[in-house]
Design a binder for this molecule. Sequence first.
Ligand SMILES: [Zn+2]
Length: 190
Amino acid sequence: MYRPYTGRFPFTSPHSPLNAVVFLLLLFSGACRTKKTWPVKFSEEELRKRLTPMQYHITQQRGTESAFTGEFTHHNEEGTYTCVVCGAQLFSSNSKFDSGSGWPSFFELLKEESVTLSDDFSYGMHRVETTCSQCGGHLGHLFDDGPRPTGKRYCINSASLGFQPKDAASESTTGDEAASSSVSNEKTDL
Ligand SMILES: [Zn+2]
């Protein structure tokens, strides 16, 4: 049972507990995402009650809804898109565009700091994950093939979003308030 020790592989040395720690950190860094502390925290129990199963799965378990199934994919009202978990304002309807992807797409954030970006290597590809900076809820991914002026495409699950019609946030001069009462986040069917 002779195994040559080349000294190049850091985890074979029994005299280096630090290497073991580094190894464990690397091993669990993906699973530790949820341990990161976010400014706003909700209990699992509350979220399971308050969110639909689809909203819970996508925001808390980093799921993805099927293309063209989300309620906001072809949603064109004026207003503000919010995080469905914590209500943080994320996107203006002015930055929404039809990307043809089947998911709501935006070329710009309302506030740069409202979304946290991180590398996502799942499914054998490298993507940039977008997460709500307030509560850590998963939103979707960011791509660099968006339209001008930013060139960015925030590809966001409808189930991660809430919507505040413009009329609810500010006084309207156009009188299109009728649609605001029909907005609902309760869809669970696919
Ligand atoms: Zn949030």
